[in-house]
Design a protein around this ligand. Structure first.
Ligand code: ZN
Ligand code: FE
Length: 255
């Protein structure tokens, strides 16, 4: 039996722990202490760390966890990842024998240039690329890159469960409503995600089907989003990348 648990860290990060009753994987352990707490209460051996990108809130725990548990530390080849032992790129596969899990590595540049996502057993660990009802900021990459990354994630099966690294869902929905106001699936989503947060539950995982129905950054080809971009740009977007870029910029200025 595989458990997938969100270890809360900092303000709004989730460190995903995947484990059976003996072995564990952590995805993006930015803070070592809640991880050590989680592993030691359950007497789990940390066998691997999967890293999506170099930001400190995703890698800050690597050194201390490496010293304590000596796990494999897997991460993007072209970024500086503390204590990395295996450098991977898009198209590679990662096998974690202790849990019998295979992950496909998908290149998802945009938030950072080397950002990667891990897909396995119908689950996607996408760091700061695809968020529930949103997407990551473009710190290093271009809108073209991020748009292409999101498009490649959108090719996964609709049933794929989405595990991103931050609890941004409600504020993402607030923004989405300003650009996709008549989307009934989005309005429904607001109700059930708010209910989860009132019970202090994580809104994650989401599914790719739900993201395709409600996430403005996966819906740039839809008329409503195209028109929202047009209102902002004051001209018709020439293509979906321009729509995406306009939406991302609007989100940057959204309070
Ligand atoms: Zn980040
Ligand atoms: Fe982050």
């Amino acid at each position: 039996m595989l458990t997938v648990f969100p270890i809360p860290a900092f303000q709004d990060n989730y460190i995903w722990a995947l484990h059976n009753d003996r072995f564990a994987i952590l995805v993006d352990p930015g803070d070592p202490s809640p991880c050590i707490g989680y592993l030691s209460t359950r007497k789990l051996a940390l066998v691997a760390i999967l890293t999506t990108h170099h930001h400190a809130d995703h890698t800050g725990g690597n050194l201390e966890l490496a010293t304590r548990y000596h796990p494999r530390i897997i991460g993007p080849a072209i970024e500086n990842i503390p204590a990395i032992t295996e450098k991977v790129t898009g198209g590679d596969t990662v096998f974690i024998s202790e849990l019998g899990l295979h992950f496909q590595v998908i290149a998802t540049p945009g938030h950072t240039l080397g950002h990667i996502s891990y897909y396995g057993a119908n689950r996607l660990f996408c760091g700061d690329t695809l968020f529930a009802c949103g997407c990551g900021r473009l710190f290093e990459g271009t809108p073209e890159m991020m748009h292409a990354s999101l498009q490649s994630l959108a090719l996964l099966p609709d049933s794929t469960e989405i595990f991103c690294a931050h609890e941004y869902t409600l504020s993402n929905i607030r923004f989405a409503k300003t650009v996709d106001a008549d989307n009934a699936a989005l309005l429904d989503r607001e109700i059930f995600e708010k209910a989860k947060r009132h019970q202090r539950l994580s809104t994650l995982p989401s599914t790719l089907a739900l993201e395709k129905a409600t996430n403005p950054f996966l819906r740039c080809h839809e008329n409503a989003l195209d028109q929202a971009a047009e209102r902002y740009l004051k001209h018709r977007p020439r293509n979906t990348v321009e729509t995406f870029a306009a939406l991302r910029e609007m989100k940057n200025h959204f309070q």
